[in-house]
Design a protein around this ligand. Structure first.
Ligand code: DQA
Length: 157
């Protein structure tokens, strides 16, 4: 069974590696993309990659995904804290969804502690940097494949 996973990055994340590296790390988005695409390919799945600074474009992409994707990995950037539209769009797709943040949003400014998505997603990975995004992708594939430890594929490597 080949799965189709939508990976979304929101505002300012194209600047990863150059933007506040002391908070977000030195790894660029292209490196994260390569790692995720490599993992998907090795496991026989497909990735639809989408990155935008525009909230409405992300909503459009999520609307297009209805009935077409099996799971979603999303780092909405600052839209995390403000966007009811993104929350509703994720709910509309109605597939397992993991929210990721490079930084630990609970250990920063008060306004970052609230996520509009946290209670409608399957799970959240926050504070583990670029590695966390890739780990979250592995975890999403395990979940969608119906695997749990010890037979989960990445656990064998
Ligand atoms: C972020 C955390 C957000 O608060 C911030 O606005 C971002 C990145 C993260 O990955 O840590 O742009 O989502």
């Amino acid at each position: 069974m080949s799965l189709n996973v939508l990976v979304i990055h929101g505002a300012n994340l194209e600047l990863l590696g150059r933007r506040e590296p002391e908070i977000y790390g030195g790894t660029g988005l292209e490196v994260i993309r390569e790692a995720i695409e490599h993992r998907a390919e090795r496991r026989g799945h497909r990735v639809s990659w989408f990155s935008s600074n525009h909230e409405g474009e992300i909503v459009d992409e999520l609307n297009r995904a209805v009935g077409k994707v099996d799971g979603i990995l999303i780092n909405p950037g600052a839209f995390t804290h403000t966007s009811i539209a993104l929350r509703d769009a994720v709910l509309a797709v109605a597939v397992p969804t993991i929210e990721v943040h490079l930084s630990n949003i609970h250990a920063r400014e008060e306004f970052r502690r609230r996520s509009m998505l946290s209670d409608v997603v399957t799970g959240q990975v926050t504070g583990l940097g670029a590695t966390g995004t890739v780990l979250a992708f592995d975890a999403l594939l395990d979940l969608l494949e119906g695997k749990s430890l010890p037979e989960a594929k990445h656990a064998e490597e």
